[in-house]
Ligand binder design. Structure first.
Ligand code: GLC
Length: 533
């Protein structure tokens, strides 16, 4: 691989060290053409909303041509746009428009596997065993007298064996659905292809990539058995021969050189699951990627000690490699946090507090579309709509309920699509009219107003974003910390009020806070921000 020179103009604004990045799940954000599925023109039409919300960048989930076996995470052509999402011209127009709105744009890249309809995989099937075409994937002979057993005991993340047998008797590896064959990253063509794909999108002006399964591309030599059931490995953060192998870091280093060869600090964000925060920090060493999602924070229970531990751990380990910590509460793969935190009013109260906590922490924060509206998980989607491949194999872990389209207006069909459009691909619950952007926009008490105020303050206050965090004494079951010159965030995670001593001006609270003299009473499951005197 060629070594690329770093252009002087790639010198640091370090925008990504404290950016708030909004995740757009394209299918469900806004439908521009009325076919019931969100698309790139739909995103373009809502850029004023995102700019007004006050985020710094957007990350778009895959919009490339795909048979949609895993909703676009099965890519058939890495350099184009699926017709359901628009055209390449729409992508170019969107990238330019994002920049005109003062935002940045990150796109998804899916390097661990392709679609089974990718020309490479189709050629591999046609060419047969022993062909150079098969070398780009992981084909093996099976075990057993007639090769009738899979080559090893690995299980797919979506359930069932990670191997599928083809007509000529060989098996191919797929860590996810059978429609997502794993690439062989020992093959130089795979490296060249992805370097070229990155350049294709960088040339079009994207500001970076979210790298899907960034811990998965390299497998342990000889593909050894795991020896135990393979389910939930991704979340279990165990050491397994198909994830977090040291070899993946060489790939990320090569990609960093490509990113650095472009102007304007283009970034790489790892979706990586590692067995420990230290191992996760390896992905964001100075010559690797810029950020890695912090799933340890996302999986923490609603408990002051648990949060404090994961915050300390994340800050400590990212400091080891001088990377910014990141904070994620929800995404398109997990139950929405309003529901995880208890659902109903309780879940909403906690989600409001969690928003103030997250946006006050050092580093970069991710907002999953709809969390700024307080959307809960939809748990009662009618059976006929459920399509997530993960659910088809494991009924308890479907991801459809966090992917329901956004409600933009109060009345049915809630403004997701232009008037007269097809119904949305997943039905929007009747009750979501009151959670719509229209219903919340001018309501001073709404979740949307809380996010807008918090994001505005985050930009104005120098102590927020990148920089140190200092813990302050606070009663059991609560957290309090300062950032920079006198900024204080306090969170009460208990089911009864707590009293704190805080000097200064109350800037924002997730629930009414009683202030008298220097004493403040924080309501149960609430948070507040102060500016010190
Ligand atoms: C990532 C994506 C998820 C997808 C999987 C396979 O975890 O976030 O949606 O199913 O990769 O590509």
């Amino acid at each position: 691989m060629t070594e690329l020179a770093v252009r002087p103009s790639a010198v640091a604004t370090r925008w990504w060290r404290d950016a708030v990045i909004y995740q757009v799940y394209v299918r469900s954000f806004a439908d521009g053409n009325g076919d019931g599925i969100g698309d790139l023109p739909g995103v373009r039409g809502r850029l004023p909303y995102l700019a007004d919300l006050g985020v710094d960048a957007i990350w778009l989930t895959p919009f490339y041509p795909s048979p949609m076996a895993d909703f676009g995470y099965d890519v058939a052509d890495y350099r184009n746009v699926d017709p359901i999402f628009g055209s390449l011209d729409d992508a170019k127009a969107l990238i330019d428009d994002v920049h005109r709105h003062g935002l940045r744009i990150i796109v998804d890249v899916v390097p661990n596997h392709t679609s089974d309809r990718h020309p490479w995989f189709e050629a591999a099937l046609r060419a047969g065993p022993g062909s150079p075409e098969r070398e780009r994937y992981i084909f093996r002979e099976g075990k057993g007298a007639a090769g009738e057993l899979p080559p090893n005991d690995w299980e797919s993340i979506f359930g069932g064996p990670a191997w599928t047998r083809v007509e000529d008797g060989q098996w191919y590896l797929h860590l996810f659905a059978p429609e997502q064959p794993d690439l062989n990253w020992e093959h130089p063509q795979v490296h060249e292809e992805f370097a070229d794909v990155l350049r294709f999108w960088l040339d079009l002006g994207v500001d970076g990539f979210r790298i899907d399964v960034a811990h998965g591309m390299v497998k342990a030599p000889g593909l050894p058995d795991v020896g135990r059931s393979g389910q939930a490995r991704m979340i279990g953060m165990e050491v397994v021969p198909f994830f977090d192998q040291d070899g993946v870091h060489e790939i990320h280093r090569a990609w960093r050189r490509i990113l650095d060869s472009y102007e304007g600090e283009r970034i790489g964000v790892a979706e990586a699951w590692a067995p420990s925060p230290e191992r996760l920090a390896n992905y964001v060493r100075p010559d690797e990627l810029h950020q890695a999602f912090n799933f340890h924070f996302l999986t923490a229970p609603w408990d002051a000690e648990a949060f404090r531990e994961v915050i300390d751990e994340s800050v400590r380990t990212s400091a080891l490699v001088d990377a910014p910590p990141t904070w994620v509460l929800s995404n398109h793969d997990v139950k929405r946090h309003v529901t995880r935190y208890g659902g109903g009013d309780l879940g909403l109260r906690r989600a409001r507090a969690a928003a103030l906590l997250t946006l006050a922490l050092p580093g970069s924060a991710y907002v999953y579309q709809g969390e700024e509206l307080g959307l809960p998980e939809v748990l009662d989607l009618p059976e006929q709509y459920l399509q997530d491949p993960q659910r088809l194999r494991d009924p308890d872990s479907g991801r459809d309920g966090c992917r329901v389209p956004l409600p933009w207006t109060q009345d049915k069909p809630f403004g997701f699509a232009p008037p007269g459009a097809e119904s949305a691909w997943l039905p929007i619950p009747e009750s979501w009219g009151r959670l719509s952007v229209e219903a919340q926009r001018d309501d001073p008490e709404s979740m949307l107003t809380l996010y807008r105020r918090a994001l505005r303050l985050r930009r104005e206050l120098p102590g927020l974003g990148d920089g140190p965090l200092v813990w302050l004494d606070s009663p059991e079951g609560s957290l309090a910390f300062s950032r920079g010159e006198g900024f204080v965030c306090a969170v009460n995670l208990r089911d009864r009020p707590v009293e704190l001593t805080v000097a200064g001006e109350l800037l924002l609270a997730s629930a009414p806070a009683r202030v008298s003299g220097g004493r403040v009473v924080l309501a149960p499951d609430s948070a507040a921000w102060w500016r010190g005197r």
